[in-house]
Write a protein that binds this ligand. Structure first.
Ligand SMILES: Nc1nc2c(c(=O)[nH]1)N[C@H]1C(S)=C(S)[C@@H](COP(=O)(O)OP(=O)(O)OC[C@H]3O[C@@H](n4cnc5c(=O)[nH]c(N)nc54)[C@H](O)[C@@H]3O)O[C@H]1N2
Ligand SMILES: Nc1nc2c(c(=O)[nH]1)N[C@H]1C(S)=C(S)[C@@H](COP(=O)(O)OP(=O)(O)OC[C@H]3O[C@@H](n4cnc5c(=O)[nH]c(N)nc54)[C@H](O)[C@@H]3O)O[C@H]1N2
Ligand SMILES: [Mo]
Length: 764
């Protein structure tokens, strides 16, 4: 079939950005907002005294200057500032069972939650409940649990530093370190992998470094959709001639070319700026092999250079002074054969040598990466291989160079910084005790996978969610759904209705909260919160819109309410803290001295950067040096080597924010009005007697030795696409039906969402 004959599938010829982006914004605003609201809201986004964009975590220098256009930022704002409401009347009209039949897109599309709600099993409906009664009932269940470790405290990364700090305080005073977190599904491989490599679990670059770098490598991230403001940065780098090298199984338009909506010439002439100077379509799950190839090529070229009397391509002085493990890395690279590297990465030796030559030639290099690197069984090892590559030429701890993980939610990094972690460090616990006068628990708590396992096995009885849509975000929804329905207590602090809320427990509550765009007034007056972006910049965010309903409370106020209800003898002055968030920040700085003087520093437009020891080439690792770390794990999953298996990766469309679906379109990939597609190499289809547009079924492979029933997804349409043979892609979250809860990176607990072994066949 040609594209014309497959409904909703066609080529997209334009650049990223451009007029298409402006039209998309106009549509998003029209669908969601009253006009007066939208312009006001958009103009306050990322302004010195405005709110932080609730979209991505890419920094914005323009917190100090003018508005920067971003299509997906506009969608995120309009989705939150929508004029649609989901009221108690709505819930009176629809049973939970009836709502369950709706799509996730339809559920959130109903608009903002307006009242606290409690589930009434007799009528199978959510009904309005007063705040005091809701909090008292939740507190009673929590007080009655025989062991605090039977409660799980989930955080989604939109929560502010202030909300997250109070939340960990509540859970720890209650007595548990069970902090499943969206970061566990996202950049945990970074948080776990980088401290061992370089002594910090975050990125080491600032936005300014992009102005000084000589080359940028982009591995497994899709900036045109997920970090759109990054396109301006990449565009500037491209314009001044810095090579940009992309490694991605899919040709993502935002990495190919971009028309900046702020550039009158590009807009008027329909021209655009090329982004990637070279684009390598690595196989899904082939990054460890690809990185081995780059390093092997570099080391070989170094040897040739030395033999020819040159001074070599590696930074030997840096390696000698600052690192350990170099010899072991060389041995590891020696052991990996080119045949192996080519077969696993899907890239030719010549291509890898060419990319390595660009890397070697550049004085200062930044490597960026996203979920394409982390969401694998060897996600942590992948991240550490990126660090190895940088360390070989001393590319960490100098201006214009470093590692740049593209973080997920707008404050996921900040939430971790202020204590959302299941593995708390001793010095942190000591300072928490000194600041509040109770002894926090020290034993390891649950991450996301462990929390779900505990819930499914009935070991955990209560789940509190600070935002998010945990059940839909996790692998294997059927298992997760069944587990969550067995809970004694489910509490969701949320802005919009989603499927997780419909998994009702013995007692279920929805507590509606203010969004980041909205005015937050407490006893002490108007409040600001703070967030930390991907580059460790912390700054204030002040909402200005009228709240969606007078019954909403701020996240800090709700958490304080829960704490007072669950902990009648609390040592914390919850009301005092919530009356004036400056007081929360004073406590944050007491527990995390890097913030001091917190309130003073955020008064400055643009905020401040948290200390990063790598900028001074200080390495907080076990050896006190940066560590080269080897991995033998070139193979993502042994099942992948079955001749008929394909590696399925799950990706975000251009019109979604995680489990929130804004529309069924994915403009840059040429998909309109549908999400039930699978991107497949035409030869892989032909090899199965299939063609573009055919209806197909995917069957997941998983070997747990128990011969379980296969997980399948059917009713899908094959789209012939430029993707390497052996790799296929489908949309998240739908494709989670194929992911297995036990398939994750053992080091970080990150599910291998981006390499699920599957079989593909015609639909019966
Ligand atoms: N508009 C919008 N913005 C967002 C989000 C959103 O959903 N919508 N989500 C936020 C969150 S929480 C996160 S974590 C980030 C996610 O941001 P990204 O990391 O960009 O997200 P993904 O779409 O999951 O996939 C990234 C890219 O990895 C590629 N890829 C897939 N498998 C592989 C592989 O095996 N190797 C390599 N090298 N590449 C691979 C895919 O083709 C895709 O281009 O964005 C944040 N920002
Ligand atoms: N197959 C597959 N699965 C994945 C991924 C993948 O790439 N592939 N990516 C993973 C990643 S990176 C992540 S981060 C997770 C995302 O997992 P989550 O963070 O749990 O999911 P979201 O979809 O971001 O949560 C959306 C909900 O958050 C609530 N919300 C929105 N704004 C606010 C707010 O300001 N306050 C509060 N309290 N609630 C709010 C709304 O009710 C909305 O319905 O999914 C993971 N799952
Ligand atoms: Mo994420």
């Amino acid at each position: 079939m040609s594209d014309d004959e497959v409904p909703g599938v066609g080529p997209y010829g334009g650049p990223a950005g451009g007029w298409g982006a402006l039209q998309a914004v106009a549509r998003a605003l029209k669908g969601q907002m009253a006009f007066a609201n939208d312009t006001k809201a958009l103009l306050r986004m990322n302004q010195p005294h405005g709110f932080d964009c609730p979209g991505c975590a890419w920094p914005d220098p323009r917190h100090t200057s003018s508005f920067e256009f971003c299509e997906n930022g506009a969608k995120a704002v309009s989705w939150e500032a929508t004029s649609k409401r989901v009221t108690p009347e709505f819930f009176a009209e629809h049973t939970v069972s009836a709502l369950w039949g709706r799509t996730d897109f339809e559920l959130e599309g109903e608009g903002r939650l307006t009242h606290p709600l409690a589930y009434d099993a007799a009528s199978d409906r959510y009904v309005e409940i007063g705040w005091d009664e809701a909090l008292a009932r939740i507190g009673a269940v929590l007080q009655a649990l025989p062991d605090p470790n039977q409660a799980e405290f989930y955080t989604s990364g939109r929560a502010s530093n202030e909300a997250a700090f109070l939340y960990q305080l509540l859970a720890r005073e209650y007595g548990t370190n069970n902090f499943p977190d969206c970061s566990n599904m996202c950049h945990e491989a970074t948080s776990v992998g980088l401290p061992v490599s370089i002594g910090v679990g975050k990125g080491t670059v600032t936005l300014e470094d992009f102005d000084h770098c000589d080359a940028i490598f982009c591995i497994g991230h899709n900036p045109g959709t997920n970090h759109p403001r990054m396109l301006s940065t990449l565009r500037e780098a491209s314009r001044r001639g810095a090579p940009i090298i992309a490694f991605n199984p899919l040709k993502e338009r935002g990495l190919e070319r971009f028309a900046a909506p702020q550039d009158p010439v590009e807009m008027a002439t329909l021209s655009s700026t090329p982004i990637a100077s070279a684009y390598y379509q690595v196989k899904v799950g082939g990054d460890a092999a690809m990185l081995h190839g780059l390093m092997k090529a570099l080391v070989e070229a170094d040897a040739r250079d030395l033999a020819a009397g040159g001074s070599g391509l590696l930074d030997r002085a840096f390696i000698a002074e600052h690192t350990v493990g170099f010899e072991a890395l060389l041995a590891d690279l020696e052991a990996a054969s080119w045949d192996q590297i080519e077969a696993k990465s899907g890239l030719g030796r010549g291509d890898l040598e060419a990319a390595a030559a660009v890397y070697a030639k550049a004085e200062r290099v930044i490597i960026c990466y996203g979920m394409g690197v982390t969401q694998h069984r060897h996600g942590t090892a992948n991240v550490q291989q990126i660090a190895n590559l940088l360390l070989l030429r001393g590319q960490i701890g100098k201006p214009g160079a470093g590692i740049c993980p593209l973080r997920g939610h707008s404050n996921v990094q900040g939430d971790r910084t202020v204590g959302i972690t299941e593995i708390p460090a001793k010095p942190f616990l000591d300072r928490l005790e000194a600041a509040f006068g109770f002894t926090p628990p020290a034993e390891k708590g649950h991450n996301a996978v462990e929390a779900i396992e505990a819930i499914c096995e009935g070991r955990s009885k209560a789940l509190i969610c600070l935002g998010g849509n945990l059940a839909v975000a996790m692998p294997d929804p059927e298992t997760v759904f069944e587990g969550m329905r067995k809970l004694d207590l489910a509490v969701h602090i949320a802005t919009k209705l989603n499927r997780s809320h419909l998994l009702t427990a013995r007692q279920s509550f929805i507590l509606p909260c203010l969004g980041r765009t909205e005015l937050d007034v407490q006893a002490g007056g108007r409040q600001a919160v703070t967030v930390e972006d991907s580059m460790s910049m912390v700054h204030a965010s002040r909402g200005g819109l009228k709240p969606a309903s007078e019954h909403l409370r701020s996240e800090p106020a709700i958490i304080a309410g829960l704490a007072k209800a669950a902990l009648p003898h609390s040592k914390v002055d919850w009301d005092g803290l919530v009356a004036d968030y400056d007081r929360i920040r004073d406590k944050i700085e007491q527990v995390f001295p890097d913030f001091a003087p917190f309130n003073e520093k955020i008064a400055k437009p643009g905020g401040f950067r948290l200390y990063d020891p790598t900028t001074e080439r200080k390495w907080r690792t076990p050896s006190g040096k940066a560590q080269f770390l080897v991995t033998s794990a070139l193979d993502e999953d042994p099942l992948m080597s079955r001749a008929d298996a394909l590696a399925l990766t799950t990706i975000r469309s251009h019109d979604q924010y995680n489990t929130t679906i804004y529309s069924l379109n994915d403009r840059y990939r040429g998909i309109t009005g549908r999400r039930d597609v699978v991107f497949v190499n035409a030869e892989d289809l032909a090899a199965r007697g299939l063609a573009h547009g055919d209806r197909i079924t995917l069957e997941a492979l998983f070997d747990d030795g128990q011969g379980e029933p296969a997980r399948t997804m059917t009713g899908l349409t094959a789209v012939a696409y430029a993707i390497p043979r052996g790799s296929i892609a489908a949309y998240y979250p739908e494709a989670n039906a194929l992911a297995h809860l036990a398939a994750y990176d053992p080091l970080s607990g990150t599910p291998s969402y981006k390499s699920i072994p599957v079989l593909l066949r015609a639909q019966a």
